[in-house]
Write a protein that binds this ligand. Structure first.
Ligand SMILES: Cc1ncc(C[n+]2csc(CCOP(=O)(O)OP(=O)(O)O)c2C)c(N)n1
Ligand code: SF4
Ligand SMILES: [Mg+2]
Length: 293
């Protein structure tokens, strides 16, 4: 059975300013479904902040928006403040307050990497969710370090030349208790990982969620979940979790679909040559040859 908020209420509401077909709404709903009302959200200048940007907001929990570089610092400050209130006996209620950040890939992997690394190194008691739509989307689709190689953006008109930075691996190298990858296309797996992060106890927990973006990736808005699934079924996006250093692959496609199936739906890969597609397929095959059984 899916873990739920204790009173089974939905703390995320529609009527938000995310684009039609955006997987951000699915992610917000999943997070609040699992953490319930005893949480405070930290966000930054990213699309994932849109449900907070107009009053009344679309969420029924306290939430704070920071500058792009600072959501992880916000988590650190809030946890310290809560600890002080607790020590002074000024906190009412005994239930744990979960702190969670929902932050875009550019803010996470590029502009806010220093504060993220600092919070992870101090093992701050909080959950950090990266909403990875593979680019600076709300400012008009510029490249980020999470944009995949060969993808079109408005700043990589002939395709990005660099690799996608492996942020989950960087977070794992911090030695934090929990690192996982997820996507809205595998909703039960996403819920499981959020619940695992919630129930693990103290420490810094990081979940990196691949999040298809219709205008940024140039695909019809009805295809977002299909693409999120294809990213996994082609083997491009590997679902795993690492609990206290132990790696578990959480989904192994029985037979990987060709990466072409994933690419052809997206306008950002429209100018790839068959040679480039074959290269991408070889890269995926090589990556899977190294995945532990
Ligand atoms: C230090 C800083 N640089 C640039 C900006 C302008 N800016 C605001 S949002 C944004 C894009 C954010 O990208 P990402 O974090 O991936 O979130 P997305 O919009 O894709 O969800 C940028 C560049 C800013 N707010 N702060
Ligand atoms: S630009 Fe992309 S990520 Fe941002 S709200 Fe629209 S669909 Fe979602
Ligand atoms: Mg982004």
């Amino acid at each position: 059975m899916r873990p739920q908020a204790e009173d089974r209420r939905d703390y995320f509401h529609g009527g938000h300013f995310l684009c039609p077909g955006c997987t951000g709404g699915t992610l917000w709903r999943a997070i609040l479904q699992v953490l319930g009302k005893n949480c405070i959200v930290a966000s930054g200048a990213t699309c994932s902040n849109l449900p907070l940007s107009v009053y009344p907001t679309n969420v029924e929990v306290p939430a704070i928006t920071s500058s792009m570089a600072s959501p992880a610092a916000l988590l650190s400050g809030m946890r310290t403040a809560l600890d002080v209130l607790e020590k002074k006996g000024r906190r009412k209620g005994k239930e744990k307050i979960h702190l969670v950040a929902i932050v875009g890939d550019g803010a996470t992997a590029d502009i806010g990497l220093a504060t993220l690394s600092g919070a992870a190194e101090r093992n701050v008691d909080a959950i950090y969710v990266c909403f990875d739509n593979e680019g600076y989307m709300n400012t008009g689709v510029q490249r980020s370090s999470q944009t995949p190689m060969m993808a079109w953006t408005t700043t990589t008109l002939t395709g990005k030349e660099q690799q996608k930075k492996n942020l989950p691996a960087i977070m794992a190298a911090h030695g934090v208790p929990y690192v996982a990858t997820a996507t809205a296309g595998f909703y039960d797996d996403l819920i499981h990982k959020l619940a695992r992060a919630r129930d693990m106890g103290e420490g810094f927990r990081y979940i990196h969620v691949l999040s298809p973006c219709p205008p940024g990736w140039r695909f019809p808005e009805s295809k977002a979940i299909e693409l999120a699934r294809l990213a996994v079924e082609t083997g491009l996006w590997i679902l795993f979790e690492m609990v206290n250093g132990d790696l578990r692959i959480s989904y192994r496609p029985k037979e990987r679909k060709p990466v072409r199936d994933y690419l052809r739906i997206q306008g950002r890969f429209a100018s790839l040559t068959s040679g480039q597609i074959s290269q991408m397929q070889r890269d995926i095959d090589e990556k899977w040859a190294k995945v532990p059984e």
